[in-house]
Every structure is written in structure tokens, then in C-alpha cells.
Design a protein around this ligand. Structure first.
Ligand SMILES: [Zn+2]
Length: 506
């Protein structure tokens, strides 16, 4: 079986169709119940499964939200989708998506994403986060317990107690949060943070989120303590590194050393988010460090988005004094998401006071290419909430950009490797903590029927820095738990098949 799959994978596309048609029932060895009537059948597509290596024309039978047949035999279903000429792949799993509102989910569905996870920033209220999306979501959703929000809540508690924050809602709160981010936690505060993190894990948080760059007051012992907590719940720690400077001693390399050491000494799995915006021109060296850690037995992984700009809050610690030297950029490299305008010294000062999102044109194209083509770097969009018409396009187009621009046009990597980076690898990253992920990121009998059907010759991102709120093209069908959410390229209205992707609740 394995051998014939290898041969099939090497054949041309038209050749494959002929082989499948001629071979007919002789290929019937696959899992199947031909007599069964399915809810949905997806027929004659080029099924690609990164786990088994299957790359051949197959029919898929879906029943009760699960894949029940993957076969060369004809299948019958209540709904029939003809996928001839199209790739049928596991739905994409985005482990890094801050846009977790219905409109974001619609953009993500059109980009082939069936599971959207907020694992970097996370939440400080795991139950509330899941409850508010239950039964209302187009795609699957999940969250981490976040060090940033937990820390911020605990450290601003004293100010809240004094009633200071009630005087002038927004500005006072922002000032209190900024002060908290820049100061060390007291032993009592650290104890409360540990309690909150543990509570989050007991409530099924998928991971621990951490953004040390945003909380420069968090000491190394504090970070180690947080890794220790994650380790006791077998939870991966998804980290935005402490530094991303081009200048020592605050380079991404130095910052990566801190968390690799934390992972090695506590046993907590480490996942480094958006390695390109952390590494900048040093990205290849950072990838080599992750690869080296893996080779020497550490559970360390990483991800990237396929763009040459990053994006974050202008009021955050990222833009503390000295940012131009640290990142090798100037005001003009910053774009205000609300309007698209490039900043000046004056607008920088006023907008930083006001607070809001900027797009930062700072990642060398070679760095983006190095990460996208590396087989060890997963794809995660880092998509943003829709706060303005000129937000970063990554939340709307990352996955089709990898498949269209980098795979088809640039030939930077092959299609199966690209799919593996956005399906199987994220599922494997999470399945030790959340066993539900054993049935995601795969096309096989028993897997969740999260399926993305796309045209490998047409798939492409349409979201740009100028017009970021555009659906991707070339993805006619997307199924979530067996329910079509994108049908013939159109959003299906009034369906909410998305389920909570959650670790076991204690
Ligand atoms: Zn980040």
C-alpha cells in the first residue's frame, strides 16, 4: 500500500485520475462501508493526507461529523460534492489567531481554516471565553491561559482596589496596565498568578500563552515559574520572546536561549510564535536553534506567518524608547491600521498616547522565505481583530498565501510539506495536552470531518496591505465537523458547526 502511494504521488494529475478509474474495485482495500449512506460524500478529489502520505484520487464519506470512508469505490450520500480536479485536505489549524469574532471566523473559513486558536495572548477567563463562543461559531475555536492577561489582572488589582481606575476609564486603565507590565511581581502576586494559571489549566486551556516582550517587568525567575506550572499540565508554552532586537544583548537569539533553557529545565514543551518577527535578519539562526534543540531531544517547535510586516499595539512595550535602533526601522515603516497612513514623529506620539494597532514593515523577505520553506516551521497567521480597514492581511490570507504564492508561484516548498505545516504539525503540537487533536489535521477514517477543498492551480490570498479585508480565492468548499461553512466559494449563513477545541476539564 505504502509503495503504491509513493508511485501515485509521483504521477501527473491527469495520470492519477486514469489510474483510479481503471483500477476501480481493485483499490477497494481502503477503509469503507460502501453500502452505507453518508451525510456528505466528496467525490473524485485528490486526497492529500500528510500523516499517511496518501496523495491519490479518493472518495470521502462523512457521517455525524466524522470521516467514515476514504475509498476508491463509489459512495452515496445525502449531499454530493464533486471535487474532481481539486485537492481535498485536512482543514487548516491556526494556532495563532487573535481575531476570534464571527467576522474573523468568516475570513478564516475562506482561507481554509477550520480550527482557530488564540494561544499566544490567551485569556484569563477560560470558561467565559469558551462559553461566549459555544453554539455561535462557524469554525472550531480554542484558547490558552495567558500569562499577559493573568499577570495584568493580578498586578493592576491593587490600583483597582484604590478606585483610581474608575476616574477616567480608558486612559487610567492603560496607564495602570503599562505600569504593571514594566514592574516585577511581588511574591504574593506571583502566588496569585500561579493559582490563576492552574485554574485555567483545570478548565481545559489548550496551552500557556506568554509574551515576554510585552511584560518586560517579568523576571527570569517568574518566567521559569510559569514554565514549571505549564509542565505539570503537559501544556506547551506559546511564547512571544523577550527580545527581537538586531543589537546584542537583546537579540532574538538571546531571547530564544532563555526559553529553551526554561523548557529544558522544567520539561514544559516550548512553541516559539512568529519566529520571523523575533529573528528578523537572524531568522535562519533562530530556526537552526529550534532544529538543534529538537535533534537533541527537546520538545521545541515554532511557527511563522508568510509576510514581511508584523503588527501590534502602538502603546505596548514593543515601542518603548529605542525601538528604531532595536528593529532597524523608522516612523515611516509604521502604518496606522485605522487609516493606513504612514507615521511621523508627531503622529507616533499622539497615536501612542491614544492606543491602537500598527502594521510594522520590518521583516526581510529572505527571513519570511526561510521560515515558510522550512519543514520544521508551522504556519500560524497571528491574525488581528478587525479594528480598522487597514489591519494586517495575515488573518485573512496566510494559508492561501503559502499555498498559492510560496508553493505554486515561488516553488519554495512542495504542496504536501506545506499542508503538513498547517494541519498535522499543529495537531501533533497540541494532542498530548488535548487528545481531541488526535482526530484533527488528518484525512482518515475516524478523524473529524474538518476538510478544506481547494484548487491548487488557483488558490491565492487576496488580502493585501492596501485592501486587507478580502476573502482568499480558490477554496470552493470548507467543512467543519461535516457541515459546509464555505460552499461553492460562498459563506453558508446561519450554520454554527464550530466546536470548542479544549483540553479535558477537571
Ligand atoms: Zn506576538
Amino acid at each position: 500500500m505504502k509503495e503504491s502511494r509513493k508511485v501515485a504521488a509521483g504521477r501527473s494529475w491527469t495520470g492519477l485520475v486514469c489510474v483510479a478509474l481503471l483500477a476501480g474495485s481493485s483499490l477497494a482495500a481502503d477503509d469503507q462501508q460502501p453500502s452505507e449512506r453518508f451525510d456528505v460524500v466528496i467525490l473524485h478529489g485528490r486526497v492529500m493526507d500528510p500523516e499517511s502520505g496518501l496523495d491519490a484520487v479518493r472518495n470521502i464519506g462523512i457521517k455525524d461529523g466524522k470521516i467514515r470512508a476514504v475509498t476508491a469505490q463509489e459512495l452515496a450520500g445525502t449531499r454530493t460534492v464533486d471535487a474532481a480536479g481539486l485537492v481535498v485536505a485536512p482543514g487548516f489549524i491556526d494556532m495563532h489567531e487573535h481575531g476570534q469574532a464571527p467576522r474573523n471566523y468568516e475570513f478564516q473559513a475562506h482561507d481554509g481554516v477550520t480550527t482557530s486558536l488564540e494561544l499566544e495572548a490567551g485569556t484569563d477567563d477560560v470558561d467565559g471565553w469558551y462559553d461566549s463562543r459555544q453554539g455561535k461559531s462557524l469554525i472550531n475555536f480554542g484558547v490558552s491561559i495567558g500569562h499577559i492577561p493573568v499577570r495584568s489582572a493580578v498586578l493592576t488589582q491593587s490600583e483597582k482596589g484604590k478606585g483610581i481606575l474608575d476616574t477616567d476609564g480608558g486612559a487610567a486603565m492603560r496607564a495602570a496596565e503599562a505600569a504593571a507590565a514594566h514592574r516585577a511581581a511581588t511574591p504574593a502576586e506571583l502566588e496569585r498568578m500561579v493559582e490563576q494559571m492552574e485554574k485555567g489549566f483545570r478548565r481545559g486551556a489548550l496551552a500557556e500563552g506568554m509574551g515576554i516582550n510585552y511584560t518586560p517587568g517579568a523576571s527570569r525567575p517568574e518566567i521559569l515559574e510559569m514554565f514549571r506550572v505549564a509542565a505539570s499540565y503537559a501544556a506547551p508554552v506559546h511564547v512571544h520572546l523577550r527580545y527581537a532586537s538586531l543589537l546584542e544583548p537583546q537579540t532574538g537569539l538571546a531571547a530564544l536561549e532563555e526559553v529553551i533553557a526554561a523548557s529544558a529545565t522544567t520539561g514544559a514543551p516550548l512553541h516559539v510564535v512568529h519566529i520571523t518577527s523575533m529573528g528578523l535578519k537572524f531568522t535562519p539562526q533562530l530556526i537552526a536553534m529550534v532544529e538543534g534543540a529538537q535533534k537533541h531531544g527537546l520538545d521545541v517547535t515554532t511557527e511563522c506567518y508568510p509576510y514581511t510586516a508584523s503588527s501590534t499595539s502602538l502603546e505596548s512595550a514593543i515601542f518603548d524608547e529605542g525601538w528604531q535602533q532595536r528593529y532597524g526601522i523608522t516612523y515611516h515603516d509604521l502604518q496606522w491600521a485605522a487609516t493606513g497612513e504612514r507615521l511621523t514623529a508627531e503622529t507616533f506620539a499622539s497615536y501612542r498616547k491614544q492606543g491602537g494597532i500598527v502594521v510594522i514593515h520590518q521583516i526581510p523577505p529572505e527571513a519570511a522565505l526561510a521560515a515558510v520553506r522550512s519543514p520544521i516551521v508551522m504556519i500560524g497567521s497571528d491574525g488581528m481583530p478587525i479594528t480598522g480597514p487597514k489591519i494586517h492581511p495575515r488573518g485573512q490570507g496566510s494559508f492561501s498565501r503559502v499555498l498559492g504564492y510560496y508553493v505554486r508561484e515561488q516553488k519554495a516548498l512542495d504542496l504536501m510539506t506545506a499542508l503538513r505545516k498547517m494541519t498535522l504539525m499543529p495537531a501533533q503540537r497540541l494532542e498530548k495536552r488535548a487528545p481531541a487533536f488526535h482526530d484533527k489535521g488528518r484525512i482518515r477514517v475516524g478523524a473529524d470531518a474538518d476538510i478544506t477543498v481547494f484548487d491548487a492551480g488557483k488558490i491565492i490570498d487576496k488580502a493585501t496591505f492596501e485592501e486587507p479585508l478580502q476573502f482568499s480565492a480558490g477554496i470552493p468548499f470548507v467543512f467543519v465537523n461535516g457541515v459546509a461553512v464555505v460552499d461553492q466559494g460562498k459563506t453558508v449563513e446561519h450554520v454554527f458547526p464550530g466546536r470548542a477545541a479544549r483540553a479535558p476539564v477537571e
